[in-house]
Design a protein around this ligand. Structure first.
Ligand code: GDP
Length: 302
């Protein structure tokens, strides 16, 4: 239900336009496909993904001998699920195991919704009965530590911090010791997101990651890149930059509720081969959902 509501904007614009094409065409021809292609591209699905989809659609239409444009509509969602899902089954779960300290590192540029996502995930994990601790690793941006503390209070989890400007790797070290001492299940680590000095930022992230790796073999168990769905192709280029610099294991895509271009989800998966693991569908505590391909695709057409 949440998924459906959160995708209202994308769904409205998407189905409206697909319906419009379907209504205008009497038969499924080359022009029909060209218009469909355009709708998908403007929805941020990504050129490569769109081409693949259109090719698949054409083959399927031929195979089933479909003449009526209305019938193509159903095939689109079928094929989208097929292409997107690949060999993956069900919702993309976070790599969290019982009986160990799980460390999740959050990366991404300022303003994408990193702090909010950490707060929401802390709430979700707590609801599932896990103990959670937050690490205030963005020591650079003014107000970042306080903002994380506000979320910590709201959700009822502690925040490990040092003063502004201190070394984020030292914050992580402290946070890991505290998490161990308190027998915490999941440590969620915030990091800086200034892009003005990319080289510096990437070095800082490397160092933070090294400290975590040294302290806990096998950690961080997830490196989640937070991307803002409303920024479209900009999000794609951020994904490329971050995944070159650090081993991103999943994506948290925020603000899907605020865009009519939700197709970015498909582009990320298909072109970068990084799974979208979480989606943000609003500003409130429980507006974070695990990503589920079928729910998403069928949500677009519902
Ligand atoms: P950060 O700089 O990356 O830590 O970004 P913040 O967590 O401060 O978020 C920036 C803004 O985006 C805030 O106003 C959030 O409330 C808003 N935001 C974050 N996630 C979502 C979401 O999923 N949907 C909507 N509508 N707003 C969001």
């Amino acid at each position: 239900q949440k998924f459906k509501e959160g995708l209202t904007k994308t769904r409205n614009s998407f189905s409206e336009r697909v319906n419009d094409i379907v209504a205008r065409y009497r038969k499924v021809d080359e022009e029909f496909f060209e218009e469909l292609e355009e709708v998908l591209i403007t929805a941020d699905v990504g050129v490569t993904t769109v081409m693949e989809l259109i090719d698949e659609l054409k083959m399927e239409v031929k195979r089933r001998n479909i003449q009526d444009p209305k019938e193509v509509r159903a095939v689109i969602s079928e094929k989208l699920v097929e292409i997107y899902q690949g060999d993956e089954e069900g919702p993309s779960n976070l790599n969290i195991e019982e009986g160990r300290l799980n460390v999740i590192l959050f990366v991404g540029v300022n303003g994408v919704g990193k702090t909010t996502t950490i707060g929401k995930l802390a709430h979700k994990l707590k609801t599932e009965g896990k103990s959670v601790l937050l690490a205030a690793g963005d020591t650079f941006r003014a107000g970042a530590i306080e903002q994380l503390e506000v979320w910590g209070e709201r959700v009822g989890v502690d925040v490990i911090k040092q003063s502004a400007g201190s070394d984020p790797a030292a914050v992580m070290y402290d946070a890991i010791q505290a998490a161990r001492a308190r027998n915490v299940d999941v440590l969620l680590c915030d990091t800086a997101g200034r892009l003005q000095n990319k080289v510096n930022l990437m070095k800082e992230l490397e160092k933070v990651k090294r400290v975590i790796e040294r302290e806990i073999p096998g950690a961080p168990h997830e490196v989640l890149l937070v991307l803002d769905a409303t920024t479209g192709q900009n999000a794609m280029s951020q994904a490329k930059q971050f995944s070159e610099a650090t081993n991103v294991t999943g994506i948290a895509l925020t603000k899907l509720d605020g865009t009519a271009k939700g197709g970015i989800v498909l582009a990320i998966r298909n072109e970068l081969n990084i799974p979208v693991k979480l989606v943000g569908l609003g500003e409130k505590m429980d507006d974070l959902q695990p990503f589920d391909t079928e729910q998403y695709v069928y949500g677009l057409f519902a």
